[in-house]
Design a protein around this ligand. Structure first.
Ligand SMILES: [Zn+2]
Length: 172
């Protein structure tokens, strides 16, 4: 009898210790500050506000969407690399940009699958796939499967989440 009582007490003590780690508080802390830990950059909302314009902040950090045909890159035809406006992560090559007619910059491929993550987005009563920067978690836009060959993908991206860098010409 006594031994089983001791075992029960021991188990209760172990259980209480395990519960005391309170993972919930960590989540609440993240929600409060807006800091989200991915594999790379972690900043608070205020820190992002310090480096982004209000429009960039709203779209890239708060999952906003710019109005169609208003962004600076939807009809832009420069030759170079589109980077994440928040962290500089290389996302798209202008060689994969195409005119989708949607009013947003559209790409049929990424520079590297590693640089972009996709997550289910069921907001606005639609089943969509959100694409985010894998380094800083920035909201970029959405991924659709009605793009041109060879991938048949359409990355529909907000201009405000992108930063264009012209390709360097080889030295003559
Ligand atoms: Zn980023």
């Amino acid at each position: 009898m006594r031994i089983s009582k001791i075992i029960i007490m021991f188990l209760i003590a172990v259980f209480l210790t395990a519960c005391d780690k309170r993972p919930k508080e960590t989540v609440n802390e993240q929600q409060k500050t807006g800091a989200v830990q991915m594999c790379g950059i972690v900043k608070t909302d205020q820190e992002w506000k310090d480096t982004l314009t209000p429009e960039q902040f709203e779209i890239a950090r708060q999952k906003g969407t710019e109005k169609a045909f208003t962004g600076k890159y939807y009809d832009f035809k420069g030759d170079g690399i589109y980077k994440c406006v928040c962290c500089g992560n290389e996302l798209f090559d202008s060689k994969t940009k195409f005119d989708s007619g949607s009013g947003w910059p559209s790409f049929f491929d990424t520079i590297s699958q590693k640089n972009i993550a996709s997550v289910p987005d069921n907001s606005l009563q639609m089943e969509r796939t959100e694409v985010i920067c894998s380094k800083c978690n920035a909201h970029l836009g959405h991924l659709f499967e009605d793009g041109p060959k060879p991938t048949n993908l359409r990355y529909c991206i907000n201009s405000a989440a992108l930063d264009f860098e012209e390709r360097k010409k080889p030295d003559k």
